[in-house]
Every structure is written in structure tokens, then in C-alpha cells.
Design a protein. Structure first.
Length: 174
């Protein structure tokens, strides 16, 4: 299981779309945020910053929640950024959402599926961590995470589960 979600390819796709639309990175961040304008007005959250976008290549990751904003804007699936993936785009499509919603990873559901499969295969947390290439605390801590994990780890987990990311993504109204 050596293939990772390709952060550089996600950045390149964002940059190509940015250039096609003659936007600055601040403009891209604004458009990403405005996809959920109605919900944002109700929640009064802080928007995505341009540095979140421009810094992801250097960080070699982005949060799984931020990635959903980007994927929605691009009209792409997470699997489309997995090198060598032959996943059917209709089977892996993310939910359609309007301006009153946001795509969100259901991390408790992801944890439950992971723990269930771990127990079914009689893996320890340490063995599972080796399989998905992370620390045991990253994997067992998924049960308590409040907001997000890295997109690369999220996709390693769904790959290990042999399930599409969309099984763990929902349209949130809050």
C-alpha cells in the first residue's frame, strides 16, 4: 500500500483552474469559501486562507476537510488524485451540495470502519499503523479527533479499507 494521495497534483489542478479563471490565490480562497455562502453566513466561521492553498505542497499535505473544499471547486473525486487509481468516478463521486451545505469527512464513521476491520483482521494498533504508514497514536487517536486529519492519511485509510472516500463524506448543514 505505497500509493499516497498526490498533494502536488491537487495543487497543480488548483493552479491550472486558478490561471484559467484569471484568479489570484486570494481569489481562489474566496471562491472556495463562497461555495457555502449561505451556511458561512449562519456559522460566522473564519474562511480558508490563500496560504492554506499555497503552502500545501511545502507541507506535503492538507487537512481532509480543506481538501473537500478544493475537490468540490474542481469537481473532482479524491480518488482522481491517487496515482494509478482506476476508480469509477460515478461510484466515487462526492455528494452534491448547495450553498447551505459543506462537504465534511465523517471521522467517527471512518474510525468505526477502521477499528472494525482491524479487529476482523486481528491487527494490533501497531500493526495497523505500519499498514497505513503512520504512528499508532495517529490511528487510535482518530476516535477522538475533533476537526480533521491529513488528507494523505485519510486516503491511506480508505484505501486500506478498500472503500471509496465518498463512503465517509457527507453534506453538512450544521
Amino acid at each position: 500500500m505505497g500509493v499516497d494521495f498526490d498533494i502536488a497534483a491537487l495543487f497543480d489542478a488548483l493552479d491550472a483552474q486558478r490561471r484559467n479563471r484569471a484568479l489570484s490565490w486570494q481569489g481562489v480562497a474566496r471562491e472556495l469559501w463562497e461555495q457555502s455562502a449561505t451556511l458561512n453566513a449562519l456559522r460566522n466561521d473564519h474562511p480558508i486562507s490563500a496560504s492554506t492553498l499555497t503552502g500545501m505542497v511545502k507541507r506535503r499535505d492538507t487537512t481532509c476537510q480543506h481538501a473537500l473544499f478544493m475537490l468540490r471547486w474542481l469537481g473532482r473525486t479524491p480518488e482522481s488524485f491517487m496515482p494509478g487509481s482506476t476508480a469509477d468516478a460515478t461510484r466515487t463521486a462526492l455528494p452534491s451540495v448547495g450553498p447551505d451545505q459543506r462537504l465534511r469527512w465523517d471521522l467517527p464513521k471512518l474510525y468505526e470502519a477502521l477499528d472494525s476491520q482491524r479487529r476482523r483482521r486481528s491487527f494490533t494498533w501497531q500493526q495497523l499503523a505500519r499498514e497505513v504508514r503512520c504512528t499508532p497514536s495517529q490511528i487510535s487517536g482518530l476516535k477522538r479527533v475533533r476537526f480533521a486529519i491529513g488528507m494523505r492519511l485519510a486516503m491511506r485509510i480508505v484505501t486500506w479499507l478498500k472503500r471509496p472516500a465518498c463512503d465517509f463524506v457527507y453534506a453538512a448543514y450544521w
